[in-house]
Design a protein around this ligand. Structure first.
Ligand code: HEC
Length: 138
């Protein structure tokens, strides 16, 4: 490998890590602004009806319909951010709060599936769908 190759390799790595850092902070920023009021900064809040995301949220990915559920809960559907940013945020949540339960073949959420979730919102049905999914996990 000559010096030019090495240099361009280092440059690419640096640009990629800056881009990743920006994605991360945008997801975190969106989390702080739109979600943590209910779920807590670390996703650990358990209010009467607010579930703990920490060490739990990725378990939904192991059952049929669970991934769709995550895209269609009211907190996600109603957040005033772009679907592409929601996809990034949901992916960030899985990696940040529940890497332990993340399936090995996990694929980042896409804008398309978030749009589908938004067009098929779970409103008052959300807690009932949640219970159905929890039963499937047993
Ligand atoms: C007003 C409070 C509130 C806000 C704001 C909120 N959520 Fe939620 N979230 C809930 C409640 C309550 C549930 C349980 C489902 C239901 O009853 O709506 C839930 C469920 C979830 C779930 C499914 C996890 C599970 O265990 O059922 C995810 C994922 C989630 N929220 C992510 C988010 C994200 C991401 C945001 C911000 C874009 C957000 N929430 C904003 C209250 C909130």
């Amino acid at each position: 490998m000559n010096k030019l190759h090495l240099l361009s390799g280092i440059l690419t790595m640096t640009i990629c890590s800056i881009a990743n850092a920006q994605d991360l902070s945008r997801a975190q920023y969106n989390w702080m602004l739109n979600c943590q009021g209910c779920h807590g900064a670390e996703g650990k809040v358990a209010a009467i009806d607010t579930p703990v995301l920490n060490n739990n949220v990725a378990t939904f990915l192991s059952v049929d319909g669970g991934r769709e559920y995550l895209t269609s809960v009211p907190g996600v559907v109603n957040a005033p951010i772009k679907d592409a940013d929601k996809a990034e945020l949901l992916t960030w949540i899985i990696n940040k709060f529940d890497p332990e339960h993340k399936p090995t073949d996990f694929k980042p959420f896409t804008e398309e599936e978030v749009t589908r979730g938004r067009l098929n919102p779970l409103l008052i049905q959300a807690p009932f769908r949640r219970i159905e999914l929890l039963k499937k996990m047993k």
